[in-house]
Design a protein around this ligand. Structure first.
Ligand code: PLP
Length: 420
């Protein structure tokens, strides 16, 4: 258990000790959807509004200079966190979804022709499917999907077969938000590059939880969200290689993204401003920077080890539950989340009872992976996802809750039998 982080970390998160559930302590296991924020992030946000706030890159006055400095400092913080070479390669967006749409619109529309192919996978979040479907409608390019094996890993043999000279981009998540599968991004990137394709990684579920270096495995684009890594909502990142971003046309037009505007046209600004039209997410970006400080202080490797212990404990305990179907691979290739389903009990019923009677917050539904659920022959699942403030006791509570729900929904005959 030495890999566990101290339980006292929970005290940094005011909402976790607040009275959310009328007396119940809150067990928050919905971190893959969005995490909570430590006091340090909340303070950083309040400080900007109380002391430093003005619009950025505009006014020649003290507050604008201060907020511009904080905003650009946040960009540098993100750059260092993901190992990018230049801050010009770090674009602030509103989140993973916006980042992927930016690439699909800007790079996709400029580079894809009828007959070209984009290769994605059946385990993707809708954010890494729908923008490519829309791109295919606009450009005539074809979307192909790598299947999964029966144990929820990417079928790498099928990947190699689907990867051809027609493939222009591979768009893949580093960690599945439903299966928990950690995908082999190194191998995928090496093979895609060898075939002449670019690689976009949806890193929404990996950047908050495990070390990342965009230069090894040398990905071309990487997208993630601030709110899944202790930061505020409304901010995310698109990392792109400078040579690619430089060659791409701006996506949104407006203020800040131009060098010069005439009535008959404009010249775009240099990177990164070219892709940050309008007033950017100033305070969310500064809050994200404080979140990165917090994560760095604990150490992302230590966070990953902590979650691996929790995931293994949860996997072992849930595997013992009668009638449960755990989605995704064994712990070896799994990140800190577990989705499961039961034949007779709907995920929503599970989540409701877990919340109301046990104070355990989990996610129930399709988790924005409808095609994956359809493939697995289910419409919904229940997902427990862990972060640095969870402890083994939280998993005990989850398992206790699951046992209680099962009892509650057990067929009448079996219930009577148990009482005898
Ligand atoms: N990709 C994955 C793998 C996710 O888990 C999520 C959110 O759950 C997203 C993309 C979308 O992130 P956002 O809603 O922050 O844009």
């Amino acid at each position: 258990m030495s890999a566990l982080l101290p339980a006292a970390l929970r005290d940094d998160f005011p909402i976790l000790s607040g009275n959310v559930l009328d007396g119940h302590p809150l067990i928050f296991l919905d971190n893959a959807a969005s995490t909570q924020r430590p006091r340090q992030v909340i303070d950083a946000i309040r400080n900007v509004y109380e002391r430093d706030y003005a619009n950025v890159h505009r006014g020649i006055h003290t507050l604008s200079e201060r907020s511009t400095e904080l905003y650009e400092h946040a960009r540098e913080k993100v750059r260092a966190f993901i190992g990018a070479e230049h801050t010009r390669e770090v674009i602030f967006t509103s989140g993973t979804t916006a980042s992927i749409n930016l690439v699909a619109r800007s790079w996709g529309d400029a580079n894809l022709q009828p007959g070209d192919e984009v290769l994605t996978t059946v385990m993707e979040h809708h954010s890494n499917l729908v923008p490519w479907q829309q791109m295919a409608e606009r450009t005539g390019a074809v979307l192909r999907h790598v299947p999964i094996t029966s144990d929820g890993r990417l079928d790498m043999q099928a990947f190699e077969e689907l990867l051809t000279e027609r493939t222009k981009l591979v768009a893949v998540s580093s960690v599945s938000n439903t299966l928990g599968t950690i995908n082999p991004i190194d191998e995928i990137t090496a093979k895609a590059h060898a075939a002449g394709a670019l690689v976009l990684v949806d890193a929404a579920q990996s950047v908050p939880h495990m070390p990342i270096d965009v230069r090894a495995p040398d990905v071309d684009f990487l997208a993630f969200s601030g709110h899944k890594m202790l930061g505020p909502s409304g901010v995310g990142i698109l990392y792109g290689k400078e040579s690619l971003l430089d060659a791409m046309p701006p996506f949104l037009g407006g203020g800040s993204m131009i060098n010069e505007v005439r009535l008959d046209g404009f010249t775009p600004a240099e990177l990164p401003a070219k892709f940050e039209a309008g007033t950017p997410p100033i305070v969310p970006a500064i809050g994200m920077s404080a979140a990165i400080d917090y994560l760095n202080q604990i150490g992302i490797e230590a966070i990953h080890r902590h979650e691996q212990v929790l995931m293994q404990l949860a996997y072992d305990a849930l595997s013992q539950v009668e009638g449960i179907k755990i989605l995704g691979p064994t712990p070896k290739d799994r990140a800190g989340l577990i989705s499961f389903s039961f034949d007779r009990i709907h995920a929503h019923e599970f989540a409701q009872v877990l919340n109301d009677q046990f104070g355990v917050a989990v996610r129930a539904g399709h988790h924005c992976t409808q095609p994956l659920h359809a493939l697995l022959g289910i419409t919904a699942s229940t997902r427990a996802s862990f972060y640095l403030y969870n402890q083994p006791e939280d998993i005990d509570r989850l398992v206790e809750g699951i046992a209680a729900v099962q009892k509650m929904f057990a067929p009448r005959g079996r219930r009577r039998k148990r009482k005898q």
